[in-house]
Design a protein around this ligand. Structure first.
Ligand code: SF4
Length: 446
């Protein structure tokens, strides 16, 4: 389908294939953690005035930067709650950014408002996860597809109908179904209607938020294939958000991995899958072929819970779950000593072993030999705090205190002193596949 002969919105600033279409720089989206009139107001009897206004912020997206080039598909992957959808919605200005710029065709979307923003919205569209709830059941398919065109004053009635029918065909549906209601279609067909609606205003950029997650696996590939065909025909650029790495692998040219509001790795698809450099990406990949990291063995690979975005860890946000945490420089650990100490620290923090005698703990975690110097003294104190023969690690009332003491001692002495806790990592890695930039937010590349 050629671009319609219409002056509104079509044929504006053309970006050549492969050139930057969207550039995001330092983008953040924070939410107040409480809502309501009195949210965040607390009574402070020892001060005047006796109230304080402290609203905690949930850092859903925090200082994120990346580019998307014309005609590519950037996959965005991460566990549920990592900020992917918030990022997608903030790019479209469905949410107002807290900070940063979103440069789209030389305009900063973060700065636009009113009519300027409304006009831009025809160039950027979104497809949502649930095709059932995103289609109004009271509207006919034709009306649904024509709705965005009407909102942007594109074409007359006849022109809109012609375009809607043409798009129905393009997305693999029968144009004669123009007057049917959404309930008459299957999930995959409804997502195709969504596609037709998004494309009706001839966008350059489409944010696809888990568009095939609600579909059967057999239907997923068909819808993705149609999306790829439409991309080639219309020169579309996609940001494709998914938690399923096999879906991401199918459709992406490049992949960005997100964790707790940060992008931790970006690389070409082959480079990311064959040469992952961030421990979080590696853990996600180890969970394949189980498709859903939220409900799968990924829990076993990815130990521990995702920390609260209200109070994210300092430095590298993955450090509280990272199996590769870097040794603190203040101690002279050998690699083996640090590996033992790190394993012991994680086990104490998560209480993954039964209380036992100090000598047994040394054998179990340190092959009998504690690290040398100050580090060894700290480990010894931590062992004593949880061991059964020191009076703290048995079933007495003191047991909890012992585990907590040992955890605090180890975390404060070791984990908090690591470069992983002190500096936010950001490094470029030499790619093994392709020539695109490979970014990895991990201090192992320092
Ligand atoms: S910076 Fe440290 S904690 Fe973060 S991923 Fe790398 S090794 Fe792990």
């Amino acid at each position: 389908m050629s671009k319609p002969d219409d002056p509104i919105g079509f044929g504006e600033t053309e970006i050549p294939h492969g050139e930057t279409l969207l550039e995001v720089d330092g983008l953040s989206k924070y939410f107040a953690s409480e809502s309501g009139l009195l949210a965040g107001i607390s009574l402070e009897t020892d001060q005047f005035p006796p109230v304080s206004f402290g609203v905690d912020q949930v850092k859903a997206v925090d200082d994120v930067s990346f580019e998307i080039t014309m005609g590519e598909t950037l996959g965005l992957v991460g566990e549920s709650g990592c900020g992917k959808s918030t990022l997608g919605r903030t790019l479209l200005r469905l949410l107002d950014p807290t900070d940063g710029t979103i440069t789209f065709k030389n305009d900063d979307l973060a700065e636009l408002s009113g009519e300027e923003l409304r006009q831009k919205r025809s160039e950027i569209q979104m497809i949502f996860q649930d095709p059932q709830s995103s289609l109004d059941p009271r509207m006919k398919v034709g009306q649904i597809i024509e709705e965005p065109m009407r909102a942007h004053d594109m074409f007359d009635d006849e022109g809109r109908e012609a375009r809607a029918k043409e798009l129905l065909e393009k997305v693999g549906l029968d144009p004669r179904h123009y007057n049917r209601y959404p309930h008459a279609f299957s999930g995959g067909q409804r997502q195709r209607i969504n596609l037709a609606r998004a494309l009706s205003v001839d966008p350059d950029f489409v944010v696809c938020d888990e568009p095939v997650s609600a579909l059967d696996v057999s239907i997923q590939a068909q819808v993705m294939n149609t999306m790829e065909e439409l991309q080639a025909e219309f020169g579309l650029t996609y940001l494709f958000i998914a938690h399923d790495l096999s879906v991401i692998r199918h459709i992406s040219d490049r992949v960005a991995v997100m964790y707790l509001g940060h992008i931790v790795e970006i690389a070409e698809k082959e480079e990311l899958f064959e040469n992952p450099q961030h421990p979080y990406t590696k853990a996600l990949l180890e969970s394949i072929p189980v498709p859903d990291p939220r409900e799968s063995d990924a829990r076993g690979v990815l130990e521990g819970e995702v920390p609260s975005p209200q109070d994210p860890p300092s430095g590298c946000r993955f450090r509280t779950r990272c199996p590769q945490l870097i040794a603190p420089e203040a101690y002279e650990f050998t690699d083996e000593e640090w590996a033992h100490a790190r394993t012991f620290m994680r086990a104490v923090k998560r209480r993954t072993f039964e209380p036992m005698a100090a000598a047994e703990i040394r054998r179990e975690f340190f092959d009998g030999d504690l690290p040398r110097g100050d580090a060894g003294e700290i480990v010894k104190d931590a062992i004593d705090a949880v061991a059964t023969d020191t009076g703290r690690g048995d079933e007495s009332d003191d047991e909890r205190d012992g585990w907590e003491m040992a955890t605090d001692l180890l975390l404060e002495s070791f984990a908090e002193q690591s470069i992983c806790a002190r500096e936010r990592p950001a490094y470029d890695v030499e790619p093994e596949h392709g020539t695109e930039q490979h970014f990895a937010a991990c201090h192992m590349h320092r």
